[in-house]
Ligand binder design. Structure first.
Ligand code: FES
Ligand SMILES: [Fe+2]
Length: 448
C-alpha cells in the first residue's frame, strides 16, 4: 500500500498537527473572515445562471452576500448585496431575472449594472443624493470553465494565477458544457473545514463506506499538491480493489458500465481486471458517435474518478460525464455550524456530433434523460435546502456515500470539544488535509 505524492509547489511538504481550536474557537473564525474569505477567489456559482442581461444569483457566504448579475452589456459582475440607503439586504431571491433591483424598504432602485437610478422623494434629501457615489459596491469577478468566481480583496491576483496549473489540468473535462441536474444544500453541525478534511482523504472509505471497498483501492493513489492550497487525487474506476480476492465475474457496477457502452459483461468472466482498459478503449471508439468529446482526455481519465479541491472550499469530484461541486460555506458566527452544497452536473450528448445517442453511464443523467441528449423541456432545478436531521431520518439523500459522511461529521465536531482531544494526528493518506491547513495557516499568518 503506497500513497504517492506529487508536490507541484517549490515548498517542501511539512507535517504539523492541527490544533482543534481551528474548528472550535470563534476568534479563529474571525481570522478566517479577514484573511481567507475576504481575500481569496471563491467559486460563487455557475456562469449558466447569469447568461443573459438581468440574470442574477445571490452567493450567500456567512457574513456576506454577493449579488452576481449579468449586466446590460452581457458581462458578469459582483456586488455586495446591500442597499446604500440604510443597509437593507437588497435581493432576497436566491436566483432569477430582474429588470432592476428595488430595495423593499424605501424603494431605492438600482439598474442591473448596479447604478442607483430611482430614489423616491429625492427632493427631501436636503444634502442631495449623489447617485454616482451610491451605486452598489462592487467585488471582483472572474470566469473560468463555466464558473463565476468572486474576490472581495481590493486588488486580488488574477484568478488564473491563483488556480495555477490546476486550470489547465481540468480544462479537457469541459465543465462549462455540463448541465445542472440537482442542487442541494444541507445544514450541518460542524465546522466548514471538517467537510473539506473529509473530502481530502480516502483513508475513511474502507470503514465508513464499506460498499466501496471492493471497488476502489484507496491506499494506492497519487496525490497532487499545488500552490495556494489546491490539491488533487485520482481514483481508478471501472475496476475492483486488488487488495481483495478478484471476483470471477464483473461487479454490478462494472457490468452496468459495460452494458451502457454496448459491451457484454460475460465476455469479461475471469478477466475482471481487464474491464477498466476495455471501458477506456470503448469510450475512445464510440465517444464521437455518441456525441461525447473525449479527444483531449487521456485514457485513465476516461475511466477514473478524479477529485480536485480548490482552496478554500470548492471540491470537484468528476468523471468525463459528470461533476459534483461540493462546497461547504461557513456560518457567520458559529464555528460549529456550516452549510454544505452539492450541485450535480452532467455532460449530455452534443447533438452536433451525434444524430442519435445513448446514455453513457454517469450518475444523475438518467433522472433527466435516457436518450443521452438534453431534453427540450429541461428546467434548471431549484436548490433544495434541508437539515442533516432530514438525512438522518431518511427523508433526504445526497447519495448513500455522502449521507454516510454527513451523518458522521456532527460527531467529529462534538468529539473535538472534549477535553480528551487536542489536535489531529494525520497519516500519509491525509496529506491533502495537511496541505490545505498549511495554506490556511499561511493566509492567516502571512509573515511566519
Ligand atoms: S434601506 Fe434600501 S431603500 Fe432604504
Ligand atoms: Fe466519505
Amino acid at each position: 500500500m503506497t500513497i504517492e505524492w506529487v508536490n507541484h509547489t517549490d515548498q517542501p511538504v511539512f507535517i504539523e498537527n492541527i490544533d482543534k481550536q481551528r474548528y472550535l474557537d470563534p476568534a479563529y473564525l474571525d481570522l478566517e473572515w479577514q484573511s481567507v474569505w475576504r481575500n481569496t477567489w471563491l467559486l460563487a456559482g455557475l456562469e449558466s445562471d447569469v447568461a443573459s442581461p438581468g440574470d442574477y444569483f445571490v452567493f450567500d457566504l456567512g457574513r456576506e452576500q454577493i449579488l452576481v448579475s449579468c449586466g446590460s452589456g452581457g458581462d458578469v459582475q459582483g456586488f455586495y448585496n446591500v442597499c446604500q440607503h440604510r443597509g437593507n439586504r437588497l435581493v432576497s431571491q436566491e436566483r432569477g431575472r430582474a429588470a432592476n433591483f428595488r430595495c423593499a424598504y424605501h424603494a431605492w432602485t438600482y439598474n442591473i449594472d448596479g447604478a442607483l437610478n430611482v430614489v423616491p422623494y429625492e427632493e427631501r434629501f436636503a444634502k442631495g443624493v449623489p447617485c454616482e457615489e451610491l451605486g452598489l459596491q462592487k467585488v471582483h469577478t472572474a470566469l473560468w470553465s463555466g464558473f463565476v468566481f468572486i474576490n472581495m480583496a481590493p486588488n486580488p491576483e488574477p484568478l488564473a494565477q491563483f488556480l495555477g496549473p490546476v486550470a489547465d489540468i481540468l480544462a479537457p473535462y469541459r465543465f462549462d458544457k455540463m448541465v445542472v441536474v440537482e442542487d442541494q444544500t444541507v445544514e450541518l453541525a460542524c465546522n466548514w473545514k471538517a467537510v473539506v478534511d473529509n473530502f481530502s482523504e480516502l483513508y475513511h472509505v474502507d470503514f465508513l463506506h464499506p460498499q466501496h471497498k471492493r471497488m476502489v483501492d484507496c491506499c494506492n493513489d497519487t496525490v497532487h499538491l499545488f500552490d495556494n492550497g489546491h490539491t488533487g487525487l485520482a481514483v481508478p474506476g471501472a475496476t475492483v480493489n486488488p487488495r481483495f480476492a478478484v471476483p470471477q465475474a464483473p461487479t454490478d457496477i462494472q457490468s452496468a458500465q459495460l452494458v451502457s457502452l454496448g459491451l457484454d459483461p460475460e465476455d469479461f468472466t475471469g478477466k475482471v481486471m481487464d474491464v477498466r482498459e476495455a471501458v477506456q478503449r470503448r469510450k475512445r471508439e464510440i465517444g464521437r458517435e455518441r456525441g461525447f468529446h473525449y479527444e483531449q482526455l487521456e485514457d485513465n481519465q476516461l475511466s477514473d474518478v478524479w477529485q480536485y479541491n480548490l482552496f478554500p472550499n470548492t471540491i470537484f469530484s468528476f468523471t468525463p460525464e459528470h461533476l459534483w461541486i461540493l462546497r461547504p460555506r461557513p456560518h457567520p458566527q458559529d464555528p460549529a455550524q456550516c452549510v454544505f452544497d452539492k450541485i450535480s452536473l452532467v455532460m449530455f450528448a452534443d447533438p452536433e456530433l451525434a444524430q442519435s445517442s445513448a446514455e453513457i453511464l454517469g450518475p444523475g443523467r438518467a433522472s433527466v434523460s435516457r436518450s443521452g441528449f438534453l431534453p427540450d423541456d429541461y428546467v434548471r432545478p431549484t436548490r433544495d435546502v434541508f437539515n442533516y436531521a432530514a438525512v438522518l431520518a431518511g427523508e433526504k439523500t445526497m447519495t448513500d456515500t455522502i449521507d454516510q459522511d454527513v451523518e458522521l461529521l456532527g460527531q467529529v465536531q462534538a468529539g473535538m470539544v472534549s477535553a480528551g482531544f487536542q489536535q489531529t494526528w494525520l497519516n500519509d493518506d491525509e496529506m491533502r488535509i495537511q496541505h490545505f491547513h498549511n495554506h490556511l495557516h499561511k493566509c492567516i499568518n502571512p509573515v511566519s
